[in-house]
Design a protein around this ligand. Structure first.
Ligand SMILES: Nc1ncnc2c1ncn2[C@@H]1O[C@H](COP(=O)(O)OP(=O)(O)OP(=O)(O)O)[C@@H](O)[C@H]1O
Length: 500
């Protein structure tokens, strides 16, 4: 939940790609960690009481056996930890990682059944999934082998002590110094203390499992901490309002400079300065991709006042979506000034419409939740039906069983229907500024023109990304990226006269 709620940590951790399978760490490792910790605390407490209780018994009969037990269990513990420890922990770590990878490969197939079926990619997917399974099995095999070694060592360690107390006390029994009953009393105490002092040896399997879970959870928490550090730096940086703010200013600041050094690549790229304002202003704006550190474009300057709109065009891969990522705060590496309205006034329609789990009502209200009384009572059923009618999906509720019908919407609706539903979502939220990333790419020209005509009536300001020149007439300005990474911003009419 922290990952979802705290400054889009889920997005940044995925983009950084340094942490594998956070889902498994959260769902399974936490549960196992809590269960194992409780078990181990209970076990250690009971063994501690055994040591206290039985040492006094053994000490009165044969104190040399107490020294012997301490030395023997220390030797056994050292052999177990040094000989088996690091290998077993790393194998268990890999086991969790490979199991999660295998499960993720199955989930990917489930989520992409239609595309795989169209491509006829069953054999490829089967090979890939089998490779994940094989790597998991190989690891389990090695784990079983090492556990067998450990268990053999445990048996030798334990059984070689069976007759030791009798051998040591036998001379005293035959010389009449002790009774026969004392031998069994001493033997019982000896084995209870041995079991207690050898707890690390006999329970090494659970302890190494716990160590693995601690390591995985620790790296998750460290990644979240690093992320909080990054966000703190960004917030501090974006809190400044001087348009002249640049990388040099930040590096001169000693505290910020320390924080900047925690961000990979920050000394070379810096962060974008952010301000809140009514329109959209980009000044000397450059974007750098998160991992590859390649600069998509440099020194972009534009100003969009309330009431104006912008169409972003350009060849595939030139960085159109990345511009929206930067405006949304998903990408921060780069330089220059970005002024945009507060996030409460903006709404983004991403390239791939997202259909959350839930009812048709949830699809329309997303990202608000229909279970939130304020969100659901603010928008009536009638308004939801009207929004659907505006995007020509008025027949949808009857077709699927009403606004509360729950389906897998990404599979149930066509790509164009999902895009129309996303437009309905946008109209219902009626933000001051909207950002649309090829949000009508799956629509026919008629539906696209109708939706854009409605958009220009309903919203003051919007920025769209699109490839079709038919969209130009719905925008005030056109920002065009060229193949050589240069760019131009021109008024709509100028753009039209240039291309005709
Ligand atoms: N997470 C990432 N890490 C590194 N590079 C990335 C990442 N995401 C995108 N890129 C790269 O950044 C460049 C710009 O990507 P972007 O998605 O902005 O292109 P685009 O202009 O919107 O393309 P299209 O029109 O095909 O959607 C591409 O070369 C892409 O490979």
């Amino acid at each position: 939940m922290v990952m979802l709620e705290a400054n889009r940590a889920y997005f940044d951790l995925k983009m950084d790609g340094k942490l594998d399978n956070p889902d498994q760490r959260i769902c399974e490792d936490v549960t196992s960690f809590v269960r194992n910790t409780v078990d181990i605390i209970a076990l250690f407490s009971s063994k501690f009481l055994n040591v206290i209780g039985f040492t006094s018994v053994l000490w009165t009969i044969a104190p040399e056996l107490v020294y012997f037990l301490v030395a023997y269990s220390t030797f056994g513990t050292l052999v177990t930890v040094k000989g088996f420890g690091s290998r077993l922990i790393s194998l268990k770590f890999q086991a969790l990682q490979r199991e999660a990878n295998f499960r993720y490969s199955l989930i990917r197939v489930r989520d992409n059944v239609e595309s795989i079926a169209f491509y006829g990619g069953e054999s490829y997917e089967s090979t890939t999934t089998k490779a994940f399974l094989a790597s998991m099995i190989e690891n389990i095999r090695e784990l079983i082998l090492w556990n067998r070694h450990l268990s053999l060592f445990n048996n030798v360690y334990e059984f070689s002590m069976i007759i030791v107390p009798s051998i040591i006390v036998a001379p005293r029994y035959f010389s009449g110094q002790v009774q026969f009953g004392v031998i069994s009393q001493m033997s019982f105490a000896f084995h209870r203390i041995l079991a207690a002092l050898s707890v690390i040896i006999f329970r090494f399997d659970s302890l190494s499992g716990l160590a693995t879970q601690i390591e995985r959870l620790d790296s998750l928490l460290s990644a979240l901490d690093d992320h909080t550090g990054d966000v703190r730096l960004m917030k501090r940086h974006s809190g400044r309002t001087s348009p002249a703010l640049g990388l040099a200013t930040i590096i001169d600041d000693r505290e910020d400079s320390h924080l900047m050094s925690m961000i990979p690549g920050s000394m070379t790229t810096g962060s974008i300065s952010r301000e809140v304002g009514p329109g959209l202003v980009l000044r000397d704006f450059s974007i750098v991709t998160p991992n590859s550190h390649s600069v998509l474009y440099r020194d972009l300057n534009l100003q969009l006042s309330p009431g104006e709109s912008l169409l972003v065009m350009g060849p595939s891969g030139c960085g159109k979506s990345s511009l929206l990522r930067a405006i949304a705060g998903l990408w921060n590496r780069g330089s220059g000034l970005l002024q945009s309205p507060p996030c409460t006034d903006t709404f983004f329609l991403p390239q791939k419409p997202y259909m959350p789990l839930g009812s048709l009502r949830d699809q329309l209200l997303f990202p608000k939740s229909s279970s939130n009384a304020n969100a659901s009572s603010a928008i009536s059923d009638n308004e939801l039906h009207m929004a659907l009618a505006e995007v020509r999906l008025d027949a949808l509720p009857a077709r699927v069983g009403g606004l509360d019908a729950v389906k897998d919407w990404s599979d149930t609706l066509s790509a164009g229907e999902q895009q129309r539903l996303a437009f309905a979502r946008l109209f219902l939220h009626s933000p001051k500024v909207a950002f649309l990333d090829e949000a009508s790419s799956a629509l026919d020209a008629g539906n696209e023109a109708r939706l854009y005509a409605m958009l220009s009536e309903k919203l003051e300001t919007y920025v769209s990304i699109g490839h079709r020149t038919s969209l130009v007439k719905f925008h005030t300005y056109v920002l065009e990226f060229k193949d050589d990474r240069s760019w131009t911003v021109v008024p709509r009419d100028e753009f039209v006269s240039e291309i005709t």
